[in-house]
Ligand binder design. Sequence first.
Ligand code: COA
Length: 260
Amino acid sequence: MTFENVLFDSENGITTITINRPSKLNALNRKTIQELHDAFKAAEEDVNTKVVIVTGSGEKAFVAGADISEFADYSVSQGAELASQGQALLFDYVAHLSTPVIAAVNGFALGGGLELAMSAHFRIASDNARMGLPEVSLGVIPGYGGTQRLPQLVGKGRAFEMIMTAGMINAEQAKDFGLVNHVTNQEELLPLAEKLAGKIMNNSSVAIAAAITAVNAGFEDGENGYDEEITQFGKCFGTADFQEGTQAFLQKRKADFPGK
Ligand code: COA
Protein backbone atom coordinates (compact mmCIF):
# COMPACT_ATOMS: atom_id res chain seq x y z
CA MET A 1 0.00 0.00 0.00
CA THR A 2 1.31 3.47 -0.76
CA PHE A 3 0.46 6.73 0.97
CA GLU A 4 1.84 10.26 0.95
CA ASN A 5 2.57 10.58 4.68
CA VAL A 6 2.56 6.99 5.92
CA LEU A 7 4.81 4.00 5.22
CA PHE A 8 3.20 0.56 5.31
CA ASP A 9 5.25 -2.59 5.52
CA SER A 10 4.05 -6.15 6.21
CA GLU A 11 6.41 -8.99 6.94
CA ASN A 12 6.28 -12.22 8.97
CA GLY A 13 2.90 -11.44 10.53
CA ILE A 14 3.87 -7.90 11.59
CA THR A 15 2.63 -4.76 9.86
CA THR A 16 4.72 -1.69 10.63
CA ILE A 17 2.96 1.64 10.09
CA THR A 18 5.38 4.59 10.07
CA ILE A 19 4.18 8.20 10.19
CA ASN A 20 6.36 9.84 7.57
CA ARG A 21 6.39 13.67 7.62
CA PRO A 22 9.80 14.13 9.24
CA SER A 23 10.19 17.76 8.09
CA LYS A 24 7.15 18.58 10.27
CA LEU A 25 8.18 16.18 13.02
CA ASN A 26 5.42 13.85 11.78
CA ALA A 27 2.66 16.27 12.89
CA LEU A 28 -0.80 14.89 12.22
CA ASN A 29 -2.66 16.87 9.59
CA ARG A 30 -6.04 15.71 8.29
CA LYS A 31 -4.54 13.84 5.37
CA THR A 32 -2.18 11.91 7.65
CA ILE A 33 -5.04 11.01 10.00
CA GLN A 34 -7.08 9.68 7.05
CA GLU A 35 -4.08 7.76 5.72
CA LEU A 36 -3.39 6.27 9.14
CA HIS A 37 -7.03 5.17 9.34
CA ASP A 38 -6.71 3.49 5.95
CA ALA A 39 -3.42 1.85 6.92
CA PHE A 40 -4.75 0.48 10.24
CA LYS A 41 -7.92 -0.72 8.46
CA ALA A 42 -5.83 -2.55 5.86
CA ALA A 43 -3.77 -4.20 8.61
CA GLU A 44 -6.90 -5.23 10.52
CA GLU A 45 -8.42 -6.78 7.39
CA ASP A 46 -5.22 -8.63 6.44
CA VAL A 47 -5.47 -12.18 7.83
CA ASN A 48 -1.68 -12.47 7.81
CA THR A 49 -1.16 -9.47 10.11
CA LYS A 50 -1.06 -10.63 13.72
CA VAL A 51 0.49 -7.51 15.30
CA VAL A 52 0.78 -3.86 14.24
CA ILE A 53 3.71 -1.67 15.23
CA VAL A 54 3.23 2.10 14.87
CA THR A 55 6.26 4.40 14.91
CA GLY A 56 7.56 7.69 13.50
CA SER A 57 10.12 8.25 10.78
CA GLY A 58 13.38 10.03 11.48
CA GLU A 59 15.35 10.11 14.71
CA LYS A 60 13.64 13.06 16.33
CA ALA A 61 9.93 12.46 16.59
CA PHE A 62 7.22 9.86 16.93
CA VAL A 63 4.62 12.61 16.32
CA ALA A 64 4.98 16.23 17.56
CA GLY A 65 1.20 16.67 17.77
CA ALA A 66 -1.74 17.66 15.66
CA ASP A 67 -0.73 20.03 12.85
CA ILE A 68 -1.12 23.43 14.50
CA SER A 69 -0.99 25.28 11.17
CA GLU A 70 -4.15 23.51 10.08
CA PHE A 71 -6.44 24.48 12.97
CA ALA A 72 -5.08 27.89 14.00
CA ASP A 73 -8.09 29.76 12.52
CA TYR A 74 -10.83 27.22 13.29
CA SER A 75 -14.20 28.22 14.81
CA VAL A 76 -15.87 26.53 17.81
CA SER A 77 -17.82 24.13 15.60
CA GLN A 78 -14.79 23.34 13.41
CA GLY A 79 -12.76 22.64 16.56
CA ALA A 80 -15.38 20.21 17.86
CA GLU A 81 -15.62 18.54 14.47
CA LEU A 82 -11.81 18.17 14.28
CA ALA A 83 -11.78 16.33 17.60
CA SER A 84 -14.79 14.12 16.94
CA GLN A 85 -13.69 13.15 13.44
CA GLY A 86 -10.11 12.46 14.58
CA GLN A 87 -11.28 10.33 17.50
CA ALA A 88 -13.59 8.27 15.29
CA LEU A 89 -11.16 7.85 12.39
CA LEU A 90 -7.98 7.17 14.30
CA PHE A 91 -7.74 7.24 18.08
CA ASP A 92 -10.85 5.24 19.06
CA TYR A 93 -10.42 3.18 15.93
CA VAL A 94 -6.93 2.05 16.95
CA ALA A 95 -7.93 1.44 20.57
CA HIS A 96 -10.71 -0.89 19.41
CA LEU A 97 -8.80 -2.84 16.76
CA SER A 98 -8.87 -6.57 17.36
CA THR A 99 -5.25 -6.78 16.16
CA PRO A 100 -2.78 -5.82 18.91
CA VAL A 101 -1.07 -2.47 18.33
CA ILE A 102 2.33 -1.62 19.89
CA ALA A 103 3.46 2.02 19.76
CA ALA A 104 7.25 2.31 19.40
CA VAL A 105 7.83 5.88 20.59
CA ASN A 106 11.08 7.00 18.96
CA GLY A 107 11.29 10.68 19.98
CA PHE A 108 8.83 13.51 20.68
CA ALA A 109 5.30 12.21 21.35
CA LEU A 110 3.40 15.39 22.06
CA GLY A 111 -0.30 16.23 21.99
CA GLY A 112 -1.90 14.10 19.29
CA GLY A 113 1.32 12.09 19.14
CA LEU A 114 1.04 10.99 22.74
CA GLU A 115 -2.69 10.50 22.22
CA LEU A 116 -1.94 8.16 19.30
CA ALA A 117 0.61 6.26 21.38
CA MET A 118 -1.96 6.00 24.20
CA SER A 119 -4.54 4.60 21.77
CA ALA A 120 -2.20 1.70 21.05
CA HIS A 121 -2.63 -1.33 23.30
CA PHE A 122 0.77 -0.70 24.89
CA ARG A 123 3.88 1.40 24.37
CA ILE A 124 7.65 1.10 24.39
CA ALA A 125 10.07 4.01 24.00
CA SER A 126 13.60 4.88 22.99
CA ASP A 127 15.71 6.67 25.59
CA ASN A 128 15.51 9.98 23.67
CA ALA A 129 11.69 10.03 23.78
CA ARG A 130 9.89 13.02 25.29
CA MET A 131 6.19 12.85 26.05
CA GLY A 132 3.62 15.45 26.97
CA LEU A 133 0.26 17.05 26.35
CA PRO A 134 1.20 20.71 25.70
CA GLU A 135 -2.24 21.81 24.43
CA VAL A 136 -3.01 24.30 27.24
CA SER A 137 0.11 26.23 26.20
CA LEU A 138 -1.77 26.85 22.93
CA GLY A 139 -5.04 27.77 24.66
CA VAL A 140 -6.75 24.49 23.89
CA ILE A 141 -7.07 21.08 25.59
CA PRO A 142 -6.18 17.58 24.36
CA GLY A 143 -8.94 16.62 21.92
CA TYR A 144 -7.97 13.18 20.71
CA GLY A 145 -8.75 11.29 23.90
CA GLY A 146 -5.85 12.60 25.99
CA THR A 147 -7.95 13.86 28.91
CA GLN A 148 -9.35 10.34 29.28
CA ARG A 149 -6.52 7.96 28.36
CA LEU A 150 -3.71 9.76 30.24
CA PRO A 151 -5.44 9.52 33.66
CA GLN A 152 -6.35 5.89 32.91
CA LEU A 153 -2.69 5.09 32.30
CA VAL A 154 -0.82 7.24 34.84
CA GLY A 155 -3.48 8.22 37.42
CA LYS A 156 -5.44 11.44 37.78
CA GLY A 157 -2.88 13.47 39.71
CA ARG A 158 0.01 12.79 37.36
CA ALA A 159 -2.24 13.41 34.35
CA PHE A 160 -3.41 16.73 35.76
CA GLU A 161 0.17 17.79 36.40
CA MET A 162 1.24 16.88 32.86
CA ILE A 163 -1.80 18.59 31.29
CA MET A 164 -1.69 21.73 33.48
CA THR A 165 2.06 22.32 33.23
CA ALA A 166 2.13 21.40 29.51
CA GLY A 167 5.53 19.91 30.35
CA MET A 168 7.37 16.97 28.85
CA ILE A 169 8.52 13.84 30.67
CA ASN A 170 11.45 11.72 29.54
CA ALA A 171 11.39 8.03 28.74
CA GLU A 172 12.46 6.85 32.21
CA GLN A 173 9.80 9.01 33.89
CA ALA A 174 7.25 7.65 31.42
CA LYS A 175 8.28 4.13 32.44
CA ASP A 176 7.99 5.05 36.15
CA PHE A 177 4.50 6.38 35.43
CA GLY A 178 3.46 3.19 33.61
CA LEU A 179 2.97 5.15 30.40
CA VAL A 180 5.51 2.98 28.55
CA ASN A 181 6.40 -0.60 29.40
CA HIS A 182 10.04 -0.70 28.28
CA VAL A 183 12.81 1.77 27.41
CA THR A 184 15.72 0.96 25.15
CA ASN A 185 18.14 2.78 22.85
CA GLN A 186 16.96 4.03 19.48
CA GLU A 187 18.60 1.26 17.43
CA GLU A 188 17.02 -1.44 19.59
CA LEU A 189 13.51 0.05 19.61
CA LEU A 190 12.04 -1.68 16.55
CA PRO A 191 13.85 -4.97 17.26
CA LEU A 192 12.33 -4.89 20.77
CA ALA A 193 8.87 -4.17 19.34
CA GLU A 194 9.33 -7.09 16.94
CA LYS A 195 10.49 -9.38 19.75
CA LEU A 196 7.37 -8.52 21.76
CA ALA A 197 5.24 -9.01 18.63
CA GLY A 198 6.83 -12.45 18.21
CA LYS A 199 5.80 -13.42 21.75
CA ILE A 200 2.24 -12.23 21.05
CA MET A 201 2.12 -14.22 17.81
CA ASN A 202 2.79 -17.49 19.68
CA ASN A 203 -0.67 -17.13 21.20
CA SER A 204 -4.24 -17.36 19.94
CA SER A 205 -5.15 -14.25 17.92
CA VAL A 206 -8.84 -14.99 18.56
CA ALA A 207 -8.31 -15.08 22.32
CA ILE A 208 -6.21 -11.90 22.15
CA ALA A 209 -9.01 -10.12 20.26
CA ALA A 210 -11.48 -11.29 22.94
CA ALA A 211 -9.16 -9.98 25.67
CA ILE A 212 -8.93 -6.57 23.94
CA THR A 213 -12.74 -6.37 23.84
CA ALA A 214 -13.04 -7.32 27.52
CA VAL A 215 -10.34 -4.92 28.73
CA ASN A 216 -11.73 -2.04 26.66
CA ALA A 217 -15.25 -2.67 28.00
CA GLY A 218 -14.10 -1.73 31.49
CA PHE A 219 -13.25 1.74 30.21
CA GLU A 220 -16.44 2.34 28.19
CA ASP A 221 -19.40 4.32 29.50
CA GLY A 222 -22.43 2.14 30.15
CA GLU A 223 -20.57 -1.14 29.75
CA ASN A 224 -19.72 -3.65 32.45
CA GLY A 225 -16.23 -5.06 31.94
CA TYR A 226 -16.93 -8.12 34.11
CA ASP A 227 -20.05 -8.98 32.06
CA GLU A 228 -18.11 -8.53 28.83
CA GLU A 229 -15.36 -10.76 30.20
CA ILE A 230 -17.91 -13.52 30.87
CA THR A 231 -19.30 -13.17 27.33
CA GLN A 232 -15.88 -13.23 25.70
CA PHE A 233 -14.65 -16.07 27.95
CA GLY A 234 -17.66 -18.17 26.90
CA LYS A 235 -17.15 -17.40 23.21
CA CYS A 236 -13.58 -18.67 23.34
CA PHE A 237 -14.91 -22.17 24.11
CA GLY A 238 -16.44 -22.27 20.62
CA THR A 239 -13.21 -21.52 18.76
CA ALA A 240 -10.81 -23.81 16.94
CA ASP A 241 -7.97 -21.98 18.74
CA PHE A 242 -9.36 -23.15 22.09
CA GLN A 243 -9.53 -26.75 20.85
CA GLU A 244 -5.96 -26.53 19.59
CA GLY A 245 -4.59 -24.73 22.66
CA THR A 246 -6.07 -27.15 25.18
CA GLN A 247 -5.27 -30.27 23.10
CA ALA A 248 -1.68 -29.13 22.57
CA PHE A 249 -1.26 -28.62 26.32
CA LEU A 250 -2.69 -32.07 27.12
CA GLN A 251 -0.55 -33.69 24.41
CA LYS A 252 2.55 -31.83 25.67
CA ARG A 253 3.24 -30.15 22.33
CA LYS A 254 3.44 -26.55 21.11
CA ALA A 255 0.09 -25.19 19.93
CA ASP A 256 -0.31 -24.33 16.25
CA PHE A 257 -3.25 -21.95 16.37
CA PRO A 258 -5.46 -21.76 13.25
CA GLY A 259 -6.56 -18.23 14.26
CA LYS A 260 -10.28 -19.09 14.16
N1 COA B 1 2.24 21.23 14.04
C1 COA B 1 2.73 21.75 12.91
N2 COA B 1 4.05 21.84 12.66
C2 COA B 1 4.89 21.35 13.59
C3 COA B 1 4.43 20.78 14.79
C4 COA B 1 3.03 20.73 14.99
N3 COA B 1 2.51 20.17 16.10
N4 COA B 1 5.50 20.41 15.52
C5 COA B 1 6.59 20.72 14.79
N5 COA B 1 6.23 21.29 13.63
C6 COA B 1 7.09 21.77 12.55
C7 COA B 1 7.71 23.11 12.90
O1 COA B 1 6.80 24.19 12.63
C8 COA B 1 8.92 23.13 11.98
O2 COA B 1 8.48 23.41 10.67
P1 COA B 1 9.30 24.49 9.76
O3 COA B 1 10.69 23.90 9.66
O4 COA B 1 8.56 24.50 8.47
O5 COA B 1 9.28 25.77 10.52
C9 COA B 1 9.34 21.66 11.99
O6 COA B 1 8.20 20.92 12.40
C10 COA B 1 10.47 21.37 12.97
O7 COA B 1 10.06 21.81 14.25
P2 COA B 1 10.93 22.82 15.16
O8 COA B 1 10.00 23.49 16.11
O9 COA B 1 11.79 23.67 14.30
O10 COA B 1 11.86 21.77 15.94
P3 COA B 1 12.54 21.97 17.38
O11 COA B 1 13.49 20.83 17.53
O12 COA B 1 13.05 23.35 17.53
O13 COA B 1 11.35 21.77 18.44
C11 COA B 1 9.38 20.73 19.37
C12 COA B 1 10.69 20.54 18.58
C13 COA B 1 8.64 19.39 19.33
C14 COA B 1 9.69 21.12 20.82
C15 COA B 1 8.53 21.84 18.69
O14 COA B 1 8.43 21.56 17.31
C16 COA B 1 7.14 21.97 19.23
O15 COA B 1 6.95 22.50 20.31
N6 COA B 1 6.11 21.51 18.46
C17 COA B 1 4.74 21.67 18.81
C18 COA B 1 4.36 20.70 19.92
C19 COA B 1 2.90 20.88 20.30
O16 COA B 1 2.51 21.87 20.87
N7 COA B 1 2.08 19.85 19.98
C20 COA B 1 0.71 19.82 20.35
C21 COA B 1 -0.14 20.32 19.25
S1 COA B 1 -1.83 20.35 19.73
